[in-house]
Each structure stands twice: as C-alpha cells, then as structure tokens.
Design a protein. Structure first.
Length: 398
C-alpha cells in the first residue's frame, strides 16, 4: 500500500527522515500517526524509528534533547516542531510488568516492530508513503480488530498496561478485540494491580471519553478487568453508567469523572477519597467533587448551590445531558446561571476591609461567616448587591 498524498504533518517531518537516510541509515514514520492517517483521523505526534543509534542520531542534527536516550529516544528540534526519533530495539524480560529489564539497540525494523503492542500500531511508512506492514495491521484496520503482535500473553506479560490500551483503543476506534487477545486479557488482568495508578488513569480516561466507551466498559466488566483497576469500581452497579454512554458522543475527561461519581453511591467524603486513590490533580479533584453532588441532586438544587459551580457550568450541563435529565430542568439551570447577580465572591459590593472600617466585624472566622451569609443573600435575591444595602444587612445581622 502506498499513500500518494501525505498529510502535512508528515511532509513537515520528512526532512528529518531524509537526513537519516542520506547518512546511510533506515528511517520510517511509525506508530499511531500512521494508523490514524490510514483511518482518516486527526494526526497528533509524528514519531520516527531508525537504524541509527542514539549517538549517531545526535551527530546528524544540531538541536537535540535526550528525552529517553536510555531507551533509544532522542528529540530533534532542527525543524521547528519537535520530533522523537527512536532507535530500532529489542527488549528483554519485564520482571515488573512495566519496563524491560534491558533494551538492546538493533539495525532491524522487523525486530523493532515485533515488540510493539498491537498490529494496528506496528505499521511503518517510508518518506515516499510506502506502508510497511509485517504483521497484517492493515487487514486488522480494515476488519476493525485489536490484535496483539505475536503471542498476546507475551505482550501483556511484558507490559500489563497493554490490556488497558486494548480496551482504550476499542473505545476510541470502535474496534473488536481479537479472541486470542481477549482470552489473554481475561487471564492476565490481575497483573494490572502491579501498574502505577497514574498510568492506568491515562488509559481509563481515554476509554471513558471514547465514542464507544459503553462497549469497552462493558467488556471490562465482562472480562473482570474492572476488578483490578483502582477505586473498587467493580463493586458498583455500572449498568446505568454504561447505558448513559450508549449515546456515542465523546466527552471531556472532567465530565467523564463527574458522570462516573454522580452515578455512584459514594458520599462527598468518599468521592474525595476516591479521587485521591486515582491520584487526581487537586484542581480536577476539587472540580469533580463539587459538580457531582450538584448533578446528583439537580431536581432539588438551590440557587446558591448552582452559584458555587458557576465556573464549571459547561461541565455540569454536559453531564446533565449524559444523565438524560429532562430538558425542562436543563433549561431552568441555564436560566439560573444566566441571571445570577454575581458569579463569584469578589463581585460583592463590600469586602472584609469595609466591614472592619464600619466597625461591624473584626478579622477572623466570624468575618468569613458573615461574608458567606451576605454572599448567599445576594445570590438568593434577598438583597441588592450595593454597598448601602449590604452594610445595612450586616448591621441587622449584628
């Protein structure tokens, strides 16, 4: 197979390939960029594999960064965009189910491709557009199949995360997992417990945000993979979550987590712990644990509670659509957001300094409580947000 008209992303990177070839080395575009080009999907990072060893690569280019030189990867910056160039390599055993104990640089493209995870990711392309397909990756792309390169048990034993990647690609591409690959996944799923939470989270998020997330999540349930990912999700009733995801729409990572927690039976305290288990960033954990309780109680939520998630309103509305919330309620929520007198506490017509000057409240916990009462009163429409009205209101409180 030959691609006669290369996408611009490959044309921009072609001079790097040419420089390697002109120096007597083999060089190919590899991996996900080649796969996505064939599937007419957006192309992200363009990666290059070569027979040149890392020091040989560095000698050919002026601007390089050792991004992963111990594994043969050097980033070159000679052409504006950064391109990762990785030496063909073989890998030894993976005693920790995560990383090879030893990497050996080789000059053979076939040796390099046979260590990759799935056939659809083991495609290479020359700078002229010729596709090199040594493991029937094109056939699997055409059939919509996720199949391990070689022995699936060996691939999953090398790096247990590949099992999550199989499910993630199934969700993103809508592909079925090959029977032999799925059998190995079922057998070796317990090895996921040896994988860092952060690595599992990346793949799980991509699964949840894929257009075919429902199908992939159901596979994870049926094959008991869900039992070996963090957070005891296997104890949940996932039927409603899977049903919601059947709308074939991709969602943002934050919305995916909010949706998951809204449909769970976790308390707010348990939600916070759940986010810590998944080692979520403080910012995302805070957002998710603010939005989920509101989404869960949307039919009886107060104006002030909606105000507290004002900055996350787009996420909330997206989750409400996912939850198949009646349109009447969604429109009502939108109206509240559109008509709030303030969107944050700093928009109040008074602040702590004003209260101190007026000799109403001194700095300390009491001042914070008074300002929160004032904020609630303004949002609820009890008083106007003017200096005179708010000062009079605080005097009455006192």
């Amino acid at each position: 197979m030959k691609i006669n008209t290369l996408p611009q992303e490959f044309l921009d990177a072609r001079p790097a390939l040419k420089r390697l070839e002109d120096a007597g080395f083999e060089a190919y575009f590899v991996g996900g960029a080649v796969r996505d080009m064939i599937l007419n999907k957006p192309i992200h990072d363009v990666d290059i594999a070569t027979s040149a060893f890392p020091e040989e690569v560095k000698s050919l280019f002026d601007k390089t960064v050792d991004t992963g030189i111990q594994h043969g990867t050097v980033m070159i910056l000679d052409y504006g965009e950064g391109y990762e160039i990785t030496t063909f390599r073989t890998e030894s055993t993976y005693t920790d189910f995560r990383r090879p104990d030893k990497v050996t640089f080789v000059r053979s493209l076939e040796e390099d491709l046979k260590r990759r995870d799935f056939t659809i990711n083991a495609l290479a392309m020359t700078h002229t557009g010729e596709i090199v397909d040594l493991f029937d990756g094109l056939l699997d792309l055409n059939k919509g199949i996720i199949r391990a390169v070689g022995d699936a048990e060996v691939r999953f034993t090398e790096d247990a995360l590949r099992m999550m990647r199989a499910l993630r690609f199934s969700a993103q591409l809508g592909f079925d997992i090959d029977l032999e690959t799925q059998t190995a996944l079922q057998k070796l799923a317990p090895n996921l417990e040896k994988i860092a939470v952060e690595r599992i989270r990346v793949e799980f998020e991509k699964l949840l945000t894929g257009p075919l997330a429902a199908k992939s999540l159901q596979t994870a349930v049926d094959d008991r993979v869900i039992k070996y990912i963090p957070g005891d999700i296997d104890l949940w009733d996932l039927s409603l979550i899977i049903s919601d995801l059947n709308d074939n729409q991709a969602h943002s990572t934050r919305v995916a987590w909010v949706h998951l927690l809204t449909r769970s039976e976790l308390s707010v305290k348990e939600m916070n712990y759940f986010m810590r288990v998944w080692k979520m960033s403080h910012e995302n954990a805070k957002a998710v644990t603010l939005i989920a309780p509101v989404a869960r109680r949307i039919k009886s939520i107060s104006k002030f509670e909606l105000y507290q998630v004002y900055s996350y309103q787009e996420d909330l509305l997206e989750v409400l659509h996912l939850l198949q919330t009646p349109q009447k309620i969604i429109q009502s929520v939108k109206r509240v957001f559109d008509t709030l007198p303030i969107s944050k506490a700093s928009e109040l017509a008074i602040n702590g300094g004003d209260l101190q000057i007026e000799n109403l409240v001194q700095p300390g916990p009491k001042m914070g409580r008074v300002l929160k009462i004032v904020e609630n009163a303004v949002v609820s429409g009890k008083i106007e947000n003017t200096f005179e009205s708010l000062i009079t209101y605080v005097k009455e409180l006192k």
